[in-house]
Design a protein around this ligand. Structure first.
Ligand code: FAD
Length: 318
């Protein structure tokens, strides 16, 4: 079987769910080899083994964490030159996509971004993407070089496949040109206790219809263990931070369940959420365009519907 490189997405060794998804997808294509950059490889090892990594290549050069993404792309290119993988999978977040783009140039290879599914095909992986604000679904494959694919969160359900991967330390050489953008300060965002928006299985989003009161949105989200999102109208009004905006100029999400409350369903909002597996809308206007998209719709005032739903969920949990 050929090797498939998976760039591990982690925070100090705590492996993110997207990596479990990538390893699950990698197993359809070959033997997953995890590339771990930074500190904490021993903490990460059980999770990487749980999802089937046959080997972990650890890159611990401290310079990799001191600059923006250029050194990571360079390092990954060096790993790829040695391993000669049949494909490289990377999480579709801002950093992952920039690494992937730089890597594609270095390896003179084709790149596919934002795949929502990846399957083995004749002559290489076949990806599925949702393009043009979700109006088209495209099947694509890389025809030149090593296929580099960024995969959106929730593209696969992580499936366990217990392995005991060996760890191989890998020395990288970082060029001076890759060290031109240094990180001078890095502060974690204030913890909300809720899942990360792009990784969450459930998202409850609020729009202009909240009138600025996100209390019912947050309470319902918390009853479900969900993340909170917001439309641009809510963000532009200063009701919720931009980091939570869903849509064309915000985050693209693809959860199992997306609840849109007081959101009309403008094309730019849909662009960020319409690949969600199940969509529920709560809107007091029965003609709101969001209802064209939903699996379940509730015509009503979110300030009445959400507290009742929260109470019901809480009751059923206890
Ligand atoms: P509105 O369109 O005003 O809709 C509010 C809805 O709430 C209405 O349907 C109304 O019936 C309902 N409502 C009101 N009161 C209640 C109540 N009490 N209970 C239940 N329902 C109620 N938008 C994004 O969201 N994300 C983006 O990333 C984004 N990027 C953009 C990029 C560009 C270049 C442009 C031009 C626009 C972008 N937009 C984006 C803006 C987008 O076009 C819409 O203006 C925006 O999505 C509207 O937000 P909204 O649905 O919350 O507000």
């Amino acid at each position: 079987m050929s090797n498939v490189l998976v760039l591990v997405d982690h925070a100090a060794g705590a492996v993110r769910k997207t990596t479990a998804e990538l390893l699950t997808i990698a197993r359809r294509l070959g033997d997953p080899v995890a590339v771990f950059i930074g500190e904490g490889v021993s903490e990460a090892l059980p999770a990487l083994g749980q999802y089937g990594a046959v080997k972990v290549i650890a890159l611990s050069n401290p310079e990799l964490g001191q600059f923006l993404v250029a050194p990571k792309a360079e390092a990954l290119a060096q790993v790829a030159a040695k391993v000669e993988p049949s494909a490289i999978l990377i999480s579709s977040n801002a950093e992952g996509k920039e690494i992937a783009a730089r890597l594609a140039v270095k390896l003179d290879s084709g790149l596919i971004t934002d795949a929502v599914d990846v399957e083995a095909g004749d002559g290489g992986p076949v990806t599925t993407q949702s393009v043009f604000a979700g109006n088209f679904t495209v099947q694509a494959k890389v025809t030149h070089g090593t296929p580099i694919i960024t995969v959106k969160p929730n593209a696969a359900t992580p499936e366990a496949a217990q392995t005991s991967p060996e760890v191989e330390e890998f020395d990288v050489t970082i060029s001076d040109t890759a060290k031109t953008a240094k990180i001078v300060e890095s502060k974690p965002r204030e913890a909300t206790g809720r899942p990360e928006l792009t990784e969450a299985a459930i998202i409850v989003s609020g729009g202009r219809g909240t009138g600025g009161d996100f209390g019912p949105i947050e309470a319902f989200a918390d009853s479900l263990g969900a993340a909170v999102g917001a439309s641009r109208a809510a963000v532009d009004s200063g009701w919720y931070p931009h980091a939570y905006q869903v849509g064309q100029t915000g985050k693209t999400v693809s959860p199992q369940l997306y609840v849109a409350a007081g959101i009309s369903g403008a094309i730019q909002h849909r662009a960020g959420m319409q690949t969600s597996k199940t969509i529920i809308a709560i809107n007091k206007d029965p003609e709101a365009p969001i209802f064209e998209l939903v699996d379940f719709g509730v015509v009503g005032d979110l300030h009445k519907v959400l507290p009742t739903a929260t109470e019901e969920v809480t009751k059923r949990k206890s």
